[in-house]
Write a protein of this length. Structure first.
Length: 75
């Protein structure tokens, strides 16, 4: 289990957006997603963004869940 928090994710998103403003999607490993869903802030934003389970968003970035356990990649 990794010690990765929503504030870590927020910082990575902020830094990535500064470097590349064209990102619109976040590829996230299923275990990382599961751990982040335990955070009330992340959980609330993701679940409130859902029109269907395949269209999750966080910080206006689409989330695509991957089979790599702890992947975090931006496109």
């Amino acid at each position: 289990m990794y010690n990765f928090s929503v504030s870590d994710l927020d910082q990575i998103i902020e830094n990535t957006l500064k470097e590349n403003k064209k990102i619109s999607k976040m590829l996230m490993g299923y275990k990382l997603f599961h751990e982040l869903m335990n955070d009330p802030k992340f959980h609330a934003e993701v679940t409130n963004s859902v029109l269907s389970v395949t269209k999750r968003k966080y910080k206006r970035l689409k989330i695509k869940i991957t089979t790599d356990e702890y992947q975090l990649h931006f496109e």
